[in-house]
Design a protein around this ligand. Structure first.
Ligand code: HEC
Ligand code: HEC
Length: 337
C-alpha cells in the first residue's frame, strides 16, 4: 500500500506542477520567475517623468536629416517621428496622445505600428479586432498574468481614457498599414548575454554568450539605434531553441493531438481572416514570439477572456509553456505577407 502510494506521489507532483506552471518570465520581460507574492505594477501618476531626460545632444540616424534630443525621442506626448514618409498622417491621438493620461500610441508602438517585443505590433490588425481589444483593456477583460509587467496597466489606463472616436481613429490608422517582416528567427543553443531595459532584452556590449535553455530571447538587430534613438526601421532577432520551429509547425498545422490547427480560424496562411458570426481575427504570421506566448498564456489562465475568446480556450487548454514556445517560434518564422 505504502509502496503504491509512494509510486503515485511523483506522478501527482508532475500533474500539479503542470497545472500551475508560472508565467514564462522571458516572455514577460523578466529574468526571474514571478514569485507568488509579487507586487503588482502600478501606473505612475500623470506627469511623473523618471529620470528626466537631457535636452542634448541632437542625435541623428541614417536615412533621415531629422535630429532629435533624448528628451524629444522619448517625449510621451510627441515622440520623435524619424521617417514621416514611411506612414500616412498620424491622427492626433497616435502622434500626441491626450495629456496627462494617454501617451501617444507612437511612443511605444512607433508611428509605423511595428512595436517592440515588450508591447505589441499593431499595424495591419483588423479595425474591428483592434477596437475590441481596446474595449477589453477598458473593461478588465484583458490583463497580464505576470502582475509585475509595468506597461499592460499603462495600456489599460489609455484605453480607459480614450473616447470611442479616438479609438476608431487609432484603429483605422494602424489598420491601414500592412504587417510586414520585422523579426528574424534564429535557432541556437547559445545567446548573447542580455540585460533588461524596461522589459526589452538588450545585448550586453562586449558580453560573452550564455545557454539559451527553454526560452526565446528577442533582441534588436542594433541595440543602440533601437534603445537610444528608437529607430522604427530596425527589427528584431528572435533566438529560439534548436528544433522548436519544427515542433511548432506540427502543433500549428495539425494540432498534434493537443490543440487545433490554427489556420481554421486565423486564415490559411495565418495572416488573419474574417469568420462568419465571429468577425475579423488577427494574423499570427511573423509576429513577436514573446508577444504571442504572453497571449497564449494569458488566455490559458483567464487573464485575457471574453465572449470571442471562448473559441481560443480549448485551443490553449492542454498546452505546456514549452508547447507555446514552439508554436510562437514557428509562427514568428512565417512570412508576414
Ligand atoms: C507605454 C507603452 C504603450 C503605449 C504608449 C501604448 N501602448 Fe498599446 N500596448 C502596450 C502593451 C504593453 C501592449 C501589450 C500587452 C500584452 O502583452 O498583452 C499593448 C497592446 C496594444 C494592443 C493589442 C494588440 C493585439 O494584437 O491584440 C492595441 C490594439 C494597442 N496596444 C493600441 C494602442 C493605442 C491605440 C495606443 C495609443 C492610444 C497605445 N496602444 C499606446 C503598450 C503601450
Ligand atoms: C476556433 C477558432 C480558433 C482557432 C482554431 C484558433 N484561434 Fe486563436 N483566436 C481566435 C479568436 C476568436 C481570437 C480573438 C479573440 C479576441 O477577439 O480577443 C483569437 C486570438 C488569438 C491570439 C491573440 C492575437 C493578438 O493579436 O493578441 C493568439 C496569439 C492566437 N489566437 C493564437 C492561436 C494559435 C497559436 C492557434 C493554433 C494553435 C489558434 N489561435 C487557433 C480563434 C481561434
Amino acid at each position: 500500500m505504502l509502496r503504491k502510494a509512494a509510486c503515485l506521489l511523483p506522478l501527482l507532483f508532475v500533474l500539479a506542477a503542470d497545472a500551475a506552471e508560472p508565467p514564462p518570465a522571458w516572455a514577460y520581460g523578466f529574468k526571474a520567475t514571478m514569485p507568488p507574492n509579487a507586487t503588482p505594477a502600478v501606473v505612475a501618476a500623470p506627469g511623473t517623468v523618471t529620470p528626466p531626460l537631457p535636452d542634448f545632444p541632437l542625435l541623428g540616424l541614417p536615412g533621415t536629416d531629422l535630429k532629435f534630443t533624448p528628451a524629444q525621442i522619448r517625449d510621451n506626448f510627441r515622440p520623435a517621428d524619424w521617417f514621416p514618409q514611411d506612414h500616412p498622417t498620424m491622427p492626433d491621438i497616435v502622434a500626441k496622445g491626450k495629456a496627462p493620461v494617454v501617451w501617444a500610441c507612437a511612443r511605444c508602438h512607433y508611428p509605423n505600428g511595428k512595436g517592440r517585443p515588450e508591447n505589441a505590433g499593431i499595424s495591419g490588425l483588423p479595425v474591428d479586432y483592434f477596437i475590441a481589444q481596446m474595449k477589453a483593456f477598458r473593461s478588465g477583460e484583458r490583463k497580464s498574468a505576470d502582475v509585475r509587467k509595468p506597461n499592460t496597466p499603462m495600456m489599460i489606463s489609455y484605453a480607459a481614457g480614450m473616447t470611442d472616436e479616438e479609438i476608431r481613429a487609432a484603429a483605422e490608422y494602424y489598420g491601414s498599414m500592412p504587417w510586414t517582416q520585422w523579426i528574424r528567427v534564429v535557432e541556437t543553443d547559445r545567446v548573447p548575454q542580455t540585460t533588461l531595459s524596461a522589459g526589452m532584452f538588450l545585448q550586453v556590449p562586449g558580453g560573452a554568450d550564455e545557454p539559451l535553455g527553454n526560452r526565446i530571447i528577442e533582441v534588436p538587430e542594433d541595440a543602440d539605434a533601437v534603445e537610444v534613438q528608437r529607430d522604427p526601421r530596425i527589427g528584431f532577432i528572435a533566438y529560439v531553441p534548436f528544433g522548436s520551429v519544427k515542433r511548432g509547425e506540427v502543433l500549428v498545422t495539425t494540432g498534434g493531438g493537443k490543440t487545433a490547427a490554427c489556420s481554421t480560424c486565423h486564415g490559411p496562411d495565418l495572416r488573419g481572416m474574417t469568420l462568419p458570426e465571429v468577425g475579423a481575427l488577427p494574423g499570427l504570421a511573423g509576429r513577436s514570439p514573446s508577444y504571442l506566448v504572453r497571449q497564449l498564456y494569458d488566455i490559458q489562465v483567464g487573464q485575457r477572456h471574453g465572449k470571442r475568446l471562448e473559441l481560443m480556450k480549448p485551443v490553449v487548454a492542454n498546452l505546456s509553456t514549452d508547447d507555446m514556445l514552439a508554436i510562437a517560434a514557428y509562427l514568428a518564422s512565417l512570412p508576414a505577407r
